[in-house]
Write a protein that binds this ligand. Structure first.
Ligand code: HEM
Length: 486
């Protein structure tokens, strides 16, 4: 666990140990700090001033400070107001801390902002043509085609597969065993996606292994923290060779599945692959487009879900009182079918609280396609705008005792809290298409697992986790717990 001072000296010490997230920097705790910007500016970018922010060193700007400890860096930005600008070398950045400004970018004025260049250069062609990164008309068409698979009735047909996979995970553990949660849930999330997206039998044959390896290679390459993400594909590093081998195998395997499914009726689709290959004449997709979409869904749905499950389980291991209540609720629910899972109120609150405290997608990026005014300040076209989700989720202006894990805060709505102070799945037209899927999987898994297992954090990992600022919110140390079977 790291110290809690925001001084840069302390930040430097933290370099190799992951980072604690602090939202109570005394400099930044300003009671009412809504920055309206100069009122006269109105919405005219020509008249509005640029946002305030820290100066950096020549050439690199504030990048060195960011690299040293990204979470402390955001804390310092917060002290400048709700709209803050800074440079990383040639990149101009703005961070927005107010939920109303986030709403403006993601919801009200979404057409004037696109995914930022920081995200678009994923280095993986599979992803660049899929739903996560396409723009404009192309994105709209894809979203319309894919939406039917994510209606609630459809998603709920996956509940059985989710519960079965969670049960198998529980059965694979021995009493007293120490398990690494991220490893365990990564396998679980991949198996659920293998069954529900690809319709493959994850217990049989090599198919599942091919999918798992390709997804791991793509994740590795796209991870902003990984050096290989910045090397072109043809450089024969071991990671690049692995990437080429694993993604070739994935192409071959999916092509075979596509041939097998061609001609099926999309109305009967109970997996994403069947839906995609069964799209009618005008909408028909090439084999390549089908592959890109499948990989996008693996990429967007795998790690996010496994991290959410890991943080929730670790938080509950540290709070046995809540875990006991959750166990009692799951035991009383009988067979865990979709309706029973829907009735699990405490489990639902635990999921909400876990996604508030540890949002796997902890920062989103956009860029304006033209000069815009946000919060009274001018943001030039092409600026990289970051929306720090975890900061909004722990801002003391909207949350009482924001650092404490307290599912009971979800019992009553706070009428004064702005709507977009909480957005673990994003917001607006590009919010997470897998939101219902993930929410069902989190509840189904926690209920199944906690019904049969009590967890104790192993002493070395018993505190609040600390974090790496990778593409998703990663724990910097393994989250390990000891399993006791009931
Ligand atoms: C706890 C788990 C998950 C979290 C926290 C999460 C979070 C998010 C967030 C914040 C976005 C918006 C990104 C942005 O605006 O830039 C997003 C988009 C997306 N998510 Fe998820 N997600 C999760 C699970 C899933 C699952 C299970 C799937 C697929 C089965 C999925 C598929 C997608 C896709 C395809 C998009 C892009 C949607 C679009 O741009 O139209 N996600 N997710």
């Amino acid at each position: 666990m790291n110290g809690s001072t925001a001084s840069e000296g302390a930040a430097a010490d933290e370099q190799s140990h992951g980072h604690a997230r602090r939202s109570h920097d005394p400099d930044a705790a300003i009671a009412d700090r809504r920055t309206e910007g100069p009122a006269a500016a109105g919405s005219d970018p020509e008249r509005a001033p640029l946002p305030p922010g820290p100066d950096g060193v020549p050439v690199l700007g504030t990048l060195p400070r960011f690299v040293r400890d990204p979470f402390a860096f955001y804390d310092r930005l917060f002290a400048y107001g709700d709209v803050v600008s800074y440079d990383f070398g040639l990149w101009n950045n703005v961070t927005l801390f107010h939920p109303d400004d986030v709403q403006r970018v993601l919801v009200d004025d979404a057409d004037r902002f696109r995914k930022s260049h920081v995200q678009r250069r994923s280095g993986v062609d599979f992803l660049e043509n899929g739903l996560l990164l396409t723009e404009g008309e192309e994105w709209r068409e894809q979203r319309t085609q894919l939406q039917p698979l994510f209606y609630r009735e459809k998603i709920e047909t996956f509940a059985g597969a989710m519960v079965e996979e969670a049960r198998e995970l529980v059965d694979s553990w021995d009493d007293g065993e120490v398990v690494d949660l991220v490893d365990a849930y990564s396998t679980l999330a991949m198996r659920v996606l293998g069954r529900t997206l690809f319709g493959v039998d994850v217990h049989d044959g090599d198919g599942y292994e091919v999918i798992r390896r390709a997804a791991t290679s793509v994740q590795e390459r796209a991870d902003a923290g990984s050096v290989t993400a910045f090397l072109p594909d043809w450089v024969p590093t071991p990671a690049n060779r692995r990437f080429a081998r694993d993604t070739d195998a994935f192409r071959e395997y999916v092509d075979r599945l596509v041939r097998e499914r061609r001609g099926s009726d999309p109305a009967d689709a109970d997996d994403l692959l069947t839906l995609l290959v069964g799209l009618g004449e005008g909408d028909a997709l090439s084999d390549e487009a089908v592959r890109d979409q499948l990989m996008t869904f693996l990429f967007a749905g795998h790690e996010t879900t496994s991290l959410a499950l890991s943080y929730a389980t670790h938080a509950l291991a540290r709070r046995p009182d809540i875990a006991d209540d959750l166990r009692a609720e799951a035991a009383a629910a009988g067979d865990l079918d979709a309706a029973a899972i829907r009735s699990l109120d405490l489990t639902d609150r635990v999921v909400s609280e876990s996604l508030r405290t540890y949002p796997p997608a902890y920062v989103l990026f956009r860029e304006p396609t033209e000069d815009v005014v946000v919060g009274g300040y001018r943001i030039p076209a092409g600026t990289n705008i970051s929306l720090p989700i975890w900061r909004l989720h722990t801002d003391p202006r909207w949350w009482d005792d924001p650092e404490s894990f307290d599912p009971s805060r979800w019992l009553d709505e706070d009428p004064d809290r702005p709507e977009h102070a909480y957005l673990p799945f994003g917001a607006g037209p590009r919010h997470c298409i897998g939101m219902r899927f993930a929410s069902l999987e989190l509840r189904a898994t926690l209920a199944t697992v906690f019904r049969e297992i009590a967890f104790d954090p192993v002493p070395a990992d018993a505190g609040e986790p600390s974090f790496e600022a990778a593409a998703t919110l990663q724990p910097s140390e393994p989250l390990r717990v000891r399993v006791s079977k009931r």
